[in-house]
Design a protein. Structure first.
Length: 136
């Protein structure tokens, strides 16, 4: 059973609120210097925003890789979204994987802190885009 338009709008807004809360959690961890945690959280903040964008455009996905693929295919490759935003999202995902699974590399402040502001801008841009669903 699919969502009706009101349910879809509520879910889209919820996902954006979650993206913003998640971004704030990343900022809160800077003082603690939990670089791997920050990388993970930044990725999830962007993921929630992109998930909301896909939902606003009636694109259904079930996995993180599906979100990345559909975002790239439907929004980046079609130039609806600037390629730099696509690169940022891929960078965040890559850092999350490095922080979570690479036992031979430890993320540093230089790896993640410079991505906080761009992630915040990413969420704002993706939210604006979701407010005018595309004809895909």
């Amino acid at each position: 059973m699919g969502l009706n338009e009101i349910e879809r709008k509520v879910m889209v807004e919820y996902k954006f609120q979650k993206a913003i809360r998640t971004l704030e959690q990343a900022k809160g961890n800077i003082e603690l210097k939990y670089w791997e945690v920050i990388a993970n959280i930044l990725n999830y903040a962007a993921y929630y925003a992109v998930s909301a964008l896909l939902l606003a455009n009636k694109i259904s996905v079930k996995t993180h890789n599906g979100v990345i693929q559909m975002f790239g295919m439907k929004f980046v490759k079609t130039n609806i979204v600037d390629a730099e935003l696509g690169k940022l999202y891929n960078r965040l995902f890559s850092l999350r994987l490095t922080g979570d699974y690479n036992d031979s590399y430890t993320l540093s402040e230089d790896d993640v802190v410079s991505l906080v502001e761009p992630t915040e801008k990413f969420i704002v841009e993706i939210k604006k885009l979701s407010e005018s669903p595309q004809k895909l």
